[in-house]
Design a protein around this ligand. Sequence first.
Ligand SMILES: [Zn+2]
Length: 421
Amino acid sequence: MQITKLNYRTILVFIGFIITVSCKTSQQWQGQGEIQEVNTQTVPVSLQFKNVFDLGKGIYASNEFDGARLNGIVLVNDTIISTLITPENSPINPSPWYAFKLWADKEQEITLALTYSEGVNHRYHPKTSTDGVNFEEIDSSNFSINNKIIEGKPKFSSATMRLSLSPDTLWISAQELLTTSHNDSWAQELSKKSFITNSKAGESREGRPINVLKIGNSDDKAIIAVISRQHPPEVTGYLGMKSFVETLSSDSEDAVAFRKKYNTYVFPLVNPDGVDNGHWRHNMGGIDLNRDWADFNQPETTVIRDFFEKKVKDSGGKIYFFVDFHSTWQDIYYTIDPEQKGNKPGLVPALILASGKELENYEPNIKPSPGTGKRVTSTSYFFYEHGAESLTYEIGDKTPRGFVKKKGEITAKKLIELLLK
Ligand SMILES: [Zn+2]
């Protein structure tokens, strides 16, 4: 199945703009601007058309798998393949999350172009895989970015790469493909431990389970809350969450003592519909879930709110710490205004400081919120509703995966130390 003639012409226009420019290196990351309240009532989303695409000349492509997007693909001439990557709706954060498979009857070299919808620049450095599990970054010498700014806005942006095709499937992906099936396997494996259970707390808009891991064997008087993946492409934050949670679940003496006092509840995949459908940011209601913690118009946020409200009501306990894992351009921590006191004043600054000291050549980048009391994001909701010392833990898109893991481990170890004091 080929893409429409209109798309074909659009792509040809995009191809005309492909030139090599050097990628600007970023200065110190200042973080996002102040969070704005937005209407979170459901709006329509567009899905990608899933298929095996016969591009001609013995070359094939497919997007018949979960996660990321491919919205159009065409063989422009014997050696150039052009793809179109578009979001589920707009306005939307520029996180073009792409993935697809390619193969050919005969071995051959091709140039592949990623082209993006208006207002969006290339973001994720491509990774390839031969099994869809183990991904490697494309060598920079085979890759170039053409981010164009016209009248102050990204327009006709694209990126090109050289690839070798063969009868064996080659995966091309913005980030490692970690979808609900990966998360289910991980959670099942973890819940083999006697002190961990994995259960369904509710359902997403499309009926996927919203699962919660319970880690610990205390009486729920002291609770830790962890969430991740409100935003589908944010794989590095998800990797950080896994490492953090695995460390809380370890056999170390401190972790065992911690679990006698604190129960940790983890929602590792808050937006399973967005993840499996390959959305850039939103859920199936077309909404950024991390703007829905005041109005709760979406099922995913509502499930988590109801779960913790009931937990606290039933036990008479408190949530002492809340962390929400994300990804962005570079590592950064968004914190609550340190002048405002929750159930464990000073915990978050102490945690960041203690973790930072253990990591070599690492200066934590911290951005406190202005402390307006507005409940728009998860962290503001958990702080102002529950008094939980709250942290948005952001990992860079390109942060080396070994460092992501190490930082997650150290953060968990330091949290345990601070809360057992
Ligand atoms: Zn995010």
